[in-house]
Ligand binder design. Structure first.
Ligand code: NCD
Length: 322
């Protein structure tokens, strides 16, 4: 049994801004440790014995495949039982109950609320509400509108850590950066790593918003020139068109993925050791044929999501010694 003191010092996960570089590296080490233990049946049994006295609810008011399932499985790995509300047409919100009353109800039954919600600010309201109740229910932001997705950023960070692609490395984000909560949260985490340079590659109206740029202390560049940047970078982070959110502009909502994509024509312009990440789901910004290229790491990234979430939840309940 190894001791890793993650010192995340928080029982909630709300925003990328709450983490220091030390927290992040410790979380990566805890994740490695957990994955290692989980490689045997005895190890999995041990992990399941850690939190069988805890219950979690997944309150997901937006579509989800990976985030929902990886959290559900992460809880199961730790012995935490789960319930969920995904379709509020079957809950008392249908009878006019407010969302905050729904949250107060969840907190009567469970120790952890994992929430995805279309309103960017609601996570803060919920956090205040739970603090006022002071019944110790933990809260995880599993996506707050188009603003933040901190646990996605944690698993992205872990995947880059595994390939030694953090300090001093160049990372390009490509696609609809304007509405990508995954990109926004990851940029805030990478801001803690010295010497990284971020390239935001998008047509002008899809560029990342200023509120994120204003927080960056590291070097960054905004461009629409994907051809020029691809050969320079160590990580390419692709995102889809997030057209479930309004664009705040008139006219069509469309990015030319013939240009803003990774495909058989441009893949070999990337460095040999560069990696391609994507939070998924993808549309056509990464061709299927790229999946077998050695640089494609998005399925591994997807699996890392479950293990990072195991580590995060374990840590939130004070299990930093495994
Ligand atoms: C992302 C999300 O929901 O923000 N997906 C995810 O959580 N894996 C990105 C997306 O939906 O495009």
């Amino acid at each position: 049994m190894k001791t890793i003191n993650t010192n995340l010092q928080s029982t909630n996960c709300i925003t990328s801004n709450q983490y220091t570089l030390d927290n992040l590296l410790n979380l990566c080490k805890l994740t490695d440790n957990i994955k290692n233990i989980a490689s045997t049946k005895e190890g999995l049994q041990y992990l399941k014995s850690l939190l069988p006295h805890k219950r979690a609810i997944l309150y997901f008011k937006q579509a989800s495949t990976r985030t929902f399932l990886s959290f559900q499985n992460a809880c199961s790995i730790l012995g935490i039982s789960t319930s969920d509300v995904r379709d509020t047409s079957t809950s008392s919100e249908m009878k006019g109950e407010t969302e905050l009353d729904a949250i107060k109800t969840f907190s009567q039954y469970t120790d952890l609320i994992i929430m995805r919600h279309p309103d960017s600010e609601f996570i803060y309201e919920v956090s205040d509400c739970l603090n006022n109740l002071s019944n110790n229910t933990r809260l995880i932001n599993a996506g707050s509108g188009s603003n933040e997705h901190p646990t996605q950023a944690l698993l992205d960070f872990y995947t880059m850590y595994k390939y030694g692609l953090l300090e001093g490395k160049k990372i390009a984000f490509v696609g609809d950066l304007f509405r990508s909560r995954a990109v926004r949260s990851l940029a805030l985490l990478l801001n803690k790593v010295s010497g990284t340079k971020l390239y935001f590659i998008a047509p002008e109206k899809y560029q990342i918003k200023n509120d994120i740029l204003q927080q960056l202390n590291i070097d960054y560049e905004l461009t629409d020139n994907i051809e020029k940047v691809l050969p320079e970078v160590d990580v390419v982070y692709m995102v889809r068109l997030q057209d479930e959110y309004k664009g705040f502009w008139n006219g069509e909502d469309f990015i030319d993925t013939k240009r803003y994509s990774i495909n058989k024509n441009n893949i070999n312009t990337l460095k040999e050791n560069a990696i391609i990440l994507h939070p998924l789901p993808r549309r056509n910004e990464i061709s299927i044929e790229i999946d077998k290229n050695h640089r494609a790491k998005y399925w591994e990234q997807c699996q890392n999501g479950m293990w990072v979430r195991v580590a995060l939840i374990a840590d939130m309940f004070g299990i930093d010694k495994i």
